[in-house]
Ligand binder design. Structure first.
Ligand SMILES: O=C(O)CCC(=O)C(=O)O
Length: 339
C-alpha cells in the first residue's frame, strides 16, 4: 500500500517531468521551425519580384549585401566578382535623415511636397503635391534637383555625399590601383608613394524622381571612363519607389563581351541623365547585344537611409520605375569619384 502510495506519485511526477520535457522540446522545435521560416522569408522577402522598368517589365532576384563588418579582402573579392557592393548601414542613418530633411524642406517650400507628409520618423514619405503629369526629372516643372548643386553642397547634404566613410570604402576597393597610378605618374610623384587620388567629383547627381520615371539600362563607363559611382538612397527606397537594379557579373562576364565591345566601348554623352542608355526597351538587351538570356539576371533590393551601393563603371544597371501609390518622390544621389 505504502509502496503503491509512494510509487504512485513518483511515477506521476516522472510522467509529468517527461511530458513537460516533451512539451519543451516541441516548443523549441516549433520555435526553431518558425525562426527558420522567418529566416527563409527574410532571405526571399518576396523575391523574385516583377518590376516595371521604362516601357517593359523585368523579373528581379535579390541583391546580396556584403556585411559592413566584412574584411577588406572580402569587400575587394565581392566587388571584383559581382561588380557591385551593397553595404547596409555604411553611413550614419541620423546624418542621412538630416540631409533628406534639408532637401525635402526645400521641395516643400517650393510646393512640390505635400506639407507634413514626410515625417520620416513616422515612416512618412515625400508625397507629391504638384501633379507629376509628364514631369521630367530635370525640367522646370519638377524640383530639378539635378540642377540644385547649391542644395547638394549645403553642409548637411554634402556631409553625407562626401562622407569620409565613402572615401575609405573606395580606398579599400581602388586604393592600390590609384597608388600604382600615382607612382607611375611623374606629376603625381610629388604626392609621395602610397598617396592616392581618390577624390569626389564636385557635381552631384541629386535626383527627385516622380512616378512613371526611371533611369534606363546603361553602364557608367560610357559617360565617365575615369569615375566610379556610389549610389546613395536619401530615403527608404523600396523597389516600387524605384531602387537600383543591376546585373551581377556583367562587368567582366564573357557573356557580355559583345555588349562591352560595342555599346560599352562607346562614348555617348556627358549629361548622365537620359542619353546613353543602351536601349529604351529592357526586353531587347540580350537580343541587341547577343547576351545569353541565362546571364541576364537582374537583381535589386529595398534599401534604407544609411545603405550605399558601389557600382563598377562597367556593370549594367538602371533604376526601377517609380510606381508607388500614393505618388511619392524618390530621392537619391549618384556620387562619382575619381579613383
Ligand atoms: O538613380 C537612378 O535613377 C540611376 C542611378 C544611376 O544609374 C547611376 O548612379 O549611375
Amino acid at each position: 500500500m505504502t509502496e503503491i502510495s509512494k510509487e504512485g506519485p513518483r511515477v506521476n511526477s516522472q510522467n509529468n517531468a517527461r511530458s513537460k520535457k516533451r512539451l519543451r522540446q516541441n516548443d523549441n522545435c516549433t520555435r526553431r521551425k518558425e525562426a527558420r521560416k522567418e529566416e527563409e522569408e527574410e532571405k526571399d522577402h518576396g523575391f523574385p519580384r516583377t518590376l516595371r522598368a521604362g516601357n517593359g517589365y523585368i523579373t528581379a532576384g535579390c541583391l546580396q549585401p556584403t556585411p559592413a563588418t566584412a574584411t577588406e579582402a572580402t569587400f575587394r573579392a565581392n566587388f571584383a566578382r559581382d561588380g557591385y557592393l551593397l553595404i547596409r548601414g555604411h553611413l550614419p542613418r541620423r546624418q542621412v535623415k538630416a540631409a533628406r530633411a534639408k532637401i525635402v524642406e526645400d521641395m516643400t517650400e517650393r510646393g512640390f511636397v505635400e506639407k507634413g507628409s514626410d515625417d520620416t520618423k513616422q515612416g512618412g514619405q515625400a508625397r507629391i503635391s504638384k501633379p507629376p503629369e509628364g514631369c521630367k526629372e530635370d525640367a522646370g516643372d519638377s524640383p530639378g534637383l539635378l540642377q540644385r548643386q547649391d542644395l547638394a553642397n549645403s553642409p548637411t547634404v554634402r556631409a553625407v555625399l562626401e562622407h569620409p566613410k565613402l572615401k575609405d570604402l573606395l580606398q579599400i576597393l581602388f586604393g592600390r590601383i590609384a597608388a600604382q597610378r600615382s607612382k607611375d605618374s611623374e606629376n603625381d610623384q610629388a604626392n609621395g608613394v602610397g598617396q592616392t587620388a581618390i577624390t569626389p567629383h564636385p557635381y552631384k547627381w541629386l535626383r527627385s524622381v516622380p512616378p512613371g520615371l526611371n533611369t534606363g539600362p546603361h553602364v557608367d563607363r560610357v559617360y565617365f571612363p575615369n569615375l566610379q559611382t556610389i549610389w546613395i538612397p536619401l530615403g527608404d527606397i523600396n523597389t516600387s519607389l524605384g531602387s537600383l537594379v543591376l546585373v551581377p557579373g556583367s562587368h567582366t562576364s564573357e557573356a557580355f563581351s559583345n555588349f562591352h565591345a560595342t555599346y560599352g566601348n562607346s562614348s555617348v554623352g556627358k549629361d548622365g541623365t537620359q542619353s546613353g542608355w543602351c536601349t529604351d526597351d529592357v526586353s531587347q538587351i540580350s537580343t541587341l547585344f547577343k547576351i545569353d538570356e541565362n546571364a541576364m539576371n537582374w537583381v535589386t533590393e529595398d534599401v534604407r537611409m544609411g545603405d550605399v551601393i558601389v557600382v563598377d563603371n562597367r556593370t549594367l544597371h538602371m533604376s526601377a520605375t517609380n510606381v508607388l501609390d500614393p505618388p511619392t518622390w524618390r530621392i537619391s544621389c549618384d556620387t562619382r569619384w575619381f579613383c
